[in-house]
Design a protein around this ligand. Structure first.
Ligand code: AMP
Length: 204
């Protein structure tokens, strides 16, 4: 099973991708996470894009994705979270592999901004918390791995607006391409309800 999760920042697609990938025993591939964990000479270049809320150039993004999906843990399938982000990436993905379903999680911009402004991520395992809707049990400590929680540099009002603008302009138009395999879910619901709906609709 090969899935794509698409949604604006704050829609919960990363959190849902983690849950669903475990349930289906497939890999969760977040290009954002791959970029945030990148080491070596590319780190500075990649950070300059991420920290300003801009997309990393397609060539590098596709190279990283191609290397990741041939790893052994992707044999049974994967969830792509944050890829493709534009038509060019979607067209290249077409040539690399066949996607079974695309899950779109919707959320309006106002709620997206509110959610991201209160988002905390774990440095160690990447788990995501929200100080309002999904707070950690202990302040700034990850419930899952006890790692330290931090606020992403691109999770500030200016970069959030820029990222949402790019989402509407470059990422949303991809959905038309996938209309025959598209599942759309309302991202305003709680985490468990969304996960349940995704699983039900995938099985249909
Ligand atoms: P995310 O964790 O999905 O919000 O991604 C964080 C940042 O990583 C984005 O704002 C981009 O700078 C970069 N990024 C992640 N995925 C992609 C992609 N498919 N294409 C280009 N840049 C990406």
């Amino acid at each position: 099973m090969k899935l794509i999760f698409i949604g604006p920042q704050g829609s919960g697609k990363g959190t849902e991708a983690k849950i669903i990938s475990k349930k289906l025993a497939i890999s969760h591939i977040s290009t954002g996470e791959l970029f945030r964990n990148i080491t070596g000479e590319l780190k500075e270049k990649v950070n300059s894009y991420i920290n300003q809320g801009e997309l990393v150039p397609d060539e590098l993004t596709i190279k990283i994705l191609k290397e990741r999906i041939i790893e052994p843990d992707c044999k049974n399938g994967f969830i792509l979270d944050g890829f493709p982000r534009n038509i060019a990436q979607a067209n290249i993905l077409d040539k690399i592999t066949k996607i079974n379903k695309v899950i779109e999680i919707t959320l309006n911009d106002e709620l997206a901004i509110k959610r991201i402004s209160s988002r905390l991520s774990c440095k160690k395992c990447g788990a995501v918390f929200n100080t309002i809707t999904n707070p950690p049990e202990k302040e700034n400590i990850c419930d899952k791995c006890k790692g330290e929680l931090y606020r992403r540099k691109d999770d500030n009002p200016e970069e959030i607006k820029k990222r949402l603008f790019i989402y509407h302009k470059e990422t949303e138009p991809i959905l038309e391409k996938y209309k025959d395999i598209l599942i759309t879910i309302n991202g305003e619901q709680d985490i468990e309800k969304i996960a349940k709906e995704i699983l039900e609709k995938i099985k249909e």
